[in-house]
Design a protein around this ligand. Structure first.
Ligand SMILES: Cc1cc2nc3c(=O)[nH]c(=O)nc-3n(C[C@H](O)[C@H](O)[C@H](O)COP(=O)(O)O)c2cc1C
Length: 331
């Protein structure tokens, strides 16, 4: 009976970890993860049925998203008293080894932020983040082979990066395949969002809940280079900092490491009341990314994720699928 109770208790801990992992951000909110529960490990697999072949043909952003989920899983494991060790196996899946589970470990400041974190796509209020707060963010532990670069609004590099975002929009918004993939993942109203519980929710863009045909018509008029650049110009002008995450060698292992570092940073910004959102266009276009790395004098690094930071009112949350639907059954 004791053993049975242990297994039940352990499984409820593992389910708690997986539920926390599923709260991670992912490109287009595809939630491209699957979990397999072992005796003393949880494996995290890519779900390629959720891939984004146009915007992410190498699956780099997919593995970054898995890295974010891994980090949440590890933080939740710590909350339950487990020690974790993360391994990327054969460039194909992530194994989180779990030991302990009985002791009370010191409280993690980041754990409570997992449920609160959100990508805030609104225009921010223009307030600058004090240097003392940026210094707190700079203390976030960084995984090997990952670098983080901060750019303050008003500097030359900040403006140059803005220019590469607009150049990325120019390429992407004139690519029909990109737009089709994007709109396939848009959830245009509450009914559609509640049915799928994934994708880019109308609510997170501040759009109203209107009938599907109307929402689709309006969106079709808004998804173009001019509107996108006008919106991004306001968002960039209203932010305080841009933060660029890079890897040394652009490998699967480093993408996962970058995702883990990114999630730590996102949870830390949440903790100190700072809003964040992505501007990943320049990284998604390899020609622009290369030029950007050269001009920013980090020519040997691979720009992978770009976010903006600032202050803004909170937005509605993106939904998640039921985490139990992401668990693979034993063979
Ligand atoms: C690797 C990665 C790349 C992303 N790229 C973009 C992007 O270019 N533009 C954007 O608006 N959001 C981007 N996102 C944010 C997702 O849209 C967001 O995480 C998802 O919709 C879930 O929402 P949440 O973060 O509020 O939970 C990205 C997220 C990840 C993890």
């Amino acid at each position: 009976m004791g053993v049975m109770n242990n297994i039940v208790a352990q499984n409820s801990d593992y389910l708690f970890m997986i539920e926390s992992a599923c709260k991670a951000p992912s490109g287009h909110n595809t939630q491209p993860w699957l979990f397999k529960i072992g005796a003393s490990e949880i494996d995290i697999y890519p779900d390629f049925s959720k891939e984004l072949p146009i915007v992410d043909p190498s699956h780099r952003e997919l593995f970054v998203s898995l890295g974010c989920a891994t980090e949440n899983l590890c933080i939740a494991a710590h909350e339950k008293g487990y020690h974790t060790e993360v391994k990327v196996i054969e460039n194909s899946f992530i194994r989180v080894l779990l030991t302990g589970g009985k002791e009370k470990l010191p409280d993690s400041l980041l754990f409570p932020q997992i449920a609160v974190r959100q990508t805030n796509k609104r225009v921010y209020n223009g307030e600058a983040i004090p240097e003392s707060t940026i210094n707190i963010l700079k203390m976030v532990p960084i995984e090997p082979s990952v670098s983080i670069h901060f750019y303050r609004n008003g500097t030359v590099d900040y403006e140059r990066i803005a220019g590469w975002v607009y150049a990325g929009n120019r390429l992407q918004m004139n690519d029909e395949a990109f737009k089709t993939e994007l709109t396939d993942w848009m959830r245009y109203n509450k009914k559609q969002q509640d049915n799928t519980r994934d994708g880019l929710s109308y609510a997170t863009f501040g759009a109203p809940n209107i009938p599907l045909f109307m929402a689709k018509f309006i969106m079709s008029k808004l998804i173009n280079e001019k509107t996108q650049n006008k919106g991004d110009q306001k968002k960039i002008a209203s932010a305080s900092h841009l933060v660029l995450f890079t890897t040394k060698d652009n490998t699967v292992e480093q993408w996962v490491a970058l995702g883990r570092t990114l999630e730590r940073m996102l949870l830390c910004t949440t903790q100190v009341g700072i809003a964040n959102a992505y501007l990943n266009q320049p990284n998604e276009e390899s020609g622009i990314a290369k030029e950007m790395a050269k001009q920013l004098q980090i020519p040997t690094e691979y720009p992978t994720v770009l976010i903006r930071l600032g202050y803004g009112k909170r937005m509605p949350y993106s939904l998640r699928r039921d985490y139990r639907s992401c668990i693979l059954s034993e063979e």
